[in-house]
Ligand binder design. Structure first.
Ligand code: HEM
Ligand code: HEM
Length: 176
């Protein structure tokens, strides 16, 4: 086994998933809880972005953010069932992470906008927050599908790896 996800990445991940779940479930009727969960999510994203420049090697954006061409080429290999196993995030996972972070930041920001004097009660701003939040939910569902698919294809429990930090050492053909 090799150490892949450092403690900061793992703590961030599960705290973000929890904040999102609480914000989602409290959206109608529990305003204070909703706002604080949303602010927590926004702060976690800010911390993760900093860690993406400063953190352990597998946490860095340079390690897992790939060009659109590379992501498309990787998606084609998934379609033919020949995709390589990555010890870090695979190219599609990397693109999904960027999308999740951007959508989470946009949801928290549009939520905060609703609390300002200028936009309090503005219907368009409420609609915008709702649309962004629902797009984020779709991304989260896509993320879970991607994790399930990669776990099955490479016969490894990626959820366990995101809890404990370790993954199977690279084998021939894997991308370390
Ligand atoms: C509910 C909201 C969730 C959000 C916003 C979210 C977001 C993310 C992000 C940003 C990463 C990248 C981690 C990093 O490098 O910092 C990630 C990775 C990961 N997430 Fe989630 N996640 C969520 C829920 C879940 C759940 C419920 C599970 C498991 C059942 C899960 C399993 C994983 C796994 C296994 C990885 C690592 C993927 C890989 O091996 O490349 N996530 N997630
Ligand atoms: C990033 C996490 C967040 C998620 C996932 C989220 C999600 C949602 C959802 C699903 C709704 C219901 C929209 C609808 O009626 O269709 C909502 C409403 C609302 N959210 Fe958020 N939100 C987040 C962050 C925030 C933040 C940080 C604030 C403010 C500090 C906030 C303030 C509000 C308010 C005031 C409403 C009610 C708007 C209305 O009256 O229609 N949200 N949010």
């Amino acid at each position: 086994m090799v150490r892949v996800w450092d403690p900061m990445v793992r703590a961030f991940h599960w705290a973000l998933a929890l904040s999102f779940a609480v914000a989602w479930l409290s959206a109608r009727g529990w305003e204070d809880l909703h706002d604080w969960a949303g602010y927590a999510a926004g702060s976690l994203v800010a911390a993760r972005v900093a860690w993406g420049f400063l953190g352990a090697p597998y946490a860095r954006f340079t390690q897992f953010v790939r060009s659109p061409q590379t992501v498309l080429a990787y998606l084609k290999t998934i379609a033919t069932g020949s995709e390589a196993r990555f010890v870090g995030h695979n190219p599609a996972g990397g693109a999904m992470i960027v999308a999740l972070l951007v959508a989470m930041a946009a949801t928290a920001t549009t939520g905060w906008m609703l609390t300002t004097d200028a936009l309090w009660g503005a219907t368009w701003a409420q609609k915008l927050h709702s649309v962004v939040a629902h797009s984020l939910l779709l991304l989260v569902l896509g993320h879970l599908a991607g994790v399930a698919l990669a776990s099955l294809r490479h016969r490894e429990n990626l959820v366990r790896a995101m809890i404990l930090g370790d993954k199977r050492a690279p084998e021939p053909g894997d991308v370390a």
